[in-house]
Design a protein around this ligand. Sequence first.
Ligand SMILES: CC(C)(COP(=O)(O)OP(=O)(O)OC[C@H]1O[C@@H](n2cnc3c(N)ncnc32)[C@H](O)[C@@H]1OP(=O)(O)O)[C@@H](O)C(=O)NCCC(=O)NCCS
Length: 195
Amino acid sequence: MQRRSVGTGARRDAFPALHTCAFRQDDDTDFGAVTWYINVMSTYRLLRLSPLHVPLMRKFHGLFGRAFEDPQTYETAPPTDAYLKQWLDRDHLIALAALNAETVIGGLVAYELDKLERARRELYIFDLAVEEPWRRKGVATGLIRLLTDLGKSRNVCSVYVQADKDDSPAIALYDKMGIGRDVLHFDLETPASGV
Ligand SMILES: CC(C)(COP(=O)(O)OP(=O)(O)OC[C@H]1O[C@@H](n2cnc3c(N)ncnc32)[C@H](O)[C@@H]1OP(=O)(O)O)[C@@H](O)C(=O)NCCC(=O)NCCS
């Protein structure tokens, strides 16, 4: 899968109320852990990762490498613990994990952008994946809803994400949650990229 050759963009401008699902704050866990029960047989926990969660963050590399069929990008040069700790310590960088017991079954990485035209923010979902056996159980929906929920207190006016034209599961997911826009994506050449 060519993750970056994007032709379709699903973008939410209006930041409508998506917060209708039953998130429950889990008092037993630290760092804003949230539990969302899908049904009695299939429970998982959603967690915003903090600097104490470097080992969990490391599991994202395997998850994304498998899901995007791109182990080269995600697994061959993993950053140091210090880098990941610093990353997780930044307010505008967001990593959300879906956990079944201690196993990461889904992950979302988003970047918050401080806008200039008004004092407001946008969120860009850069990576989102769910382990295959856990798909179609609402895990990705739950991760996105938690993200939009976190955005409420940070004046986030828009959440957007890109999908490959042939990624029908992602397109179906985003179509359900927002409005798709047909745009072109360009990777611009830089001295370091060798594009
Ligand atoms: C795309 C992906 C993240 C969806 O995760 P998920 O947890 O299965 O999604 P959800 O269960 O929350 O799906 C919500 C809705 O999206 C739609 N949807 C999701 N996967 C679908 C599929 N394979 N076919 C059709 N519709 C699908 C459905 O409307 C679904 O609701 P329903 O199950 O009640 O019908 C997952 O398929 C995945 O990890 N794919 C590989 C990585 C990837 O492409 N990531 C997106 C990068 S932009």
